[in-house]
Ligand binder design. Structure first.
Ligand code: AOF
Ligand code: ZN
Length: 377
């Protein structure tokens, strides 16, 4: 006989497991969120997972039907743990709420309601009307993190923006005379590659693209195919086919956010190299960032990680376009030769932006990693 305490502990454990599974396809489900569904049943020796699935690559099928297929006859009277309220609409597939009802599940535990207006509350309602016990438990913060891009896109019609910075303890981001400065340790760099894989796009200014000649891909073993779209702000048509972001564009997609007046031969070079070109609106001689985010959203981009440099980071912060900040503070930096050469980060450990709150501190090797979230109004 299960006590209420047992049920609560099981709910937390299985919903956490579902949230971990949902991360598997984060950034790979297009405009659909990556949702996970676990079907759990007591077959005589305590609750076990009898079926599990995550939203398929590209966004369909949704998570619930394949999880039910796997559970087969065990779906009857099982508990479903779904990271998002099951859908209630007839889209390209029938409503998942109805599919769960038809399979005979007796209880559902979800982390958050779906802001999609075709669903919002209706999925839960359909299931409650069918006599299924609905339980929404406090997995909200973790679920919102996994689906941050989807939630920003559905509720605010724009991509979620993460600003990632690597700084020294006194807030230096780079060196004017040495180009790329080694600040972060290997463990931090791996985490950055993981963050890249979890975003739809990664964005840098042309200064960083030229000084560092980065390739901005995910290079974790086995995850090379999870490299996001690489976006470079280049109003002055400075990148050439020698830069990795251009020369590898066939393999790893690149989009240049440039000026409508960019020379025709330069635009032709980009086309020949397989680079997408987006003619941007400008503001004070810079790419107009809110409009750029609108354009990226219209192309199906739901999350963007801004990776530098200092001026681009500052512009995103000044225009209040950042939702989350990840700062890696390097434990063993190479300092620039002189103070004049040091490029200051727009924020430091001693000077964190007031409209953000620290929500996580982690240690990656010798580096400290801070995660800050924009305060809710
Ligand atoms: C679920 N389970 O795994 C996902 C859901 O275009 P469609 O028909 O695929 O519908 C997209 C909407 O479906 C999306 O906005 C969100 O509301 C929901 N996604 N729902 O029950 C899933 N990925
Ligand atoms: Zn569905």
């Amino acid at each position: 006989m299960n006590t209420a305490g047992d049920t609560q502990a099981h709910d937390k454990r299985f919903l956490d497991a579902a949230l971990r599974l949902a991360r598997k396809h984060q950034g790979l489900t297009g405009t659909n969120p990556s949702v996970a569904c676990l079907l759990v049943k007591d077959l005589g020796h305590g609750p076990v997972v009898v079926g599990s699935a995550v939203t398929a690559l590209g966004g369909r099928p949704h998570a619930e039907p394949p999880a039910l297929d796997e559970a087969g006859v065990h779906a009857k009277n099982a508990t479903a743990y779904v990271t998002l309220e099951p859908c209630a609409h007839h889209g390209k597939t029938p409503p998942c709420a109805q599919t769960l009802i038809d399979a005979g599940i007796s209880r559902i535990v979800t982390a958050i309601a779906d802001p999609d207006e075709r669903v919002n509350g209706k999925g839960h309602q359909m299931m409650a009307d069918a006599g299924i016990e609905i339980c929404q438990i406090d997995g909200g913060a973790a679920a919102r993190r996994v689906m941050a891009g989807y939630l920003a896109a559905r509720s605010e019609k724009r991509p979620f923006v993460t600003l990632k910075l690597a700084i020294t303890p006194d807030g230096i981001i780079g060196s004017r005379n040495r180009g790329n400065m080694k600040i972060s340790c290997t463990a931090s760099n791996r985490q950055t590659h993981l963050s890249r894989a979890r975003h739809d796009a990664i964005l840098v200014g042309s200064g960083t693209a030229i000084a560092d000649d980065p390739n901005l891909t995910c290079r974790l073993p086995g995850m090379e195919t999870r490299s996001p779209l690489r976006v470079v702000l280049d109003l002055k048509a400075r990148l050439t086919r020698e830069h990795q972001l251009i020369s590898q564009a066939i393999q790893f997609p690149t989009l240049i956010a440039g000026s409508a007046d960019a020379p025709a031969e330069w635009q032709a070079m980009l086309r020949m190299s397989g680079v997408q070109f987006l003619a941007c609106e400008t503001q004070d001689g810079q790419v107009a960032l809110p409009e750029l985010l609108d354009d990226l959203y219209a192309r199906g981009i739901q999350s963007v990680m801004v990776e530098g440099g200092a001026a681009v980071a500052k512009s995103f912060l000044d225009e209040d376009l950042v939702d989350e900040i990840i700062v890696h503070v390097g434990g063993d930096p190479e300092y620039p030769e002189t103070d004049i050469c040091a490029v200051k980060s727009p924020l430091s450990m001693q000077n964190l932006p007031a409209n953000f709150e620290l929500c996580q501190t982690l240690q990656f090797g010798v580096d400290q990693s801070l995660r800050l979230q924009r305060k809710k109004n």
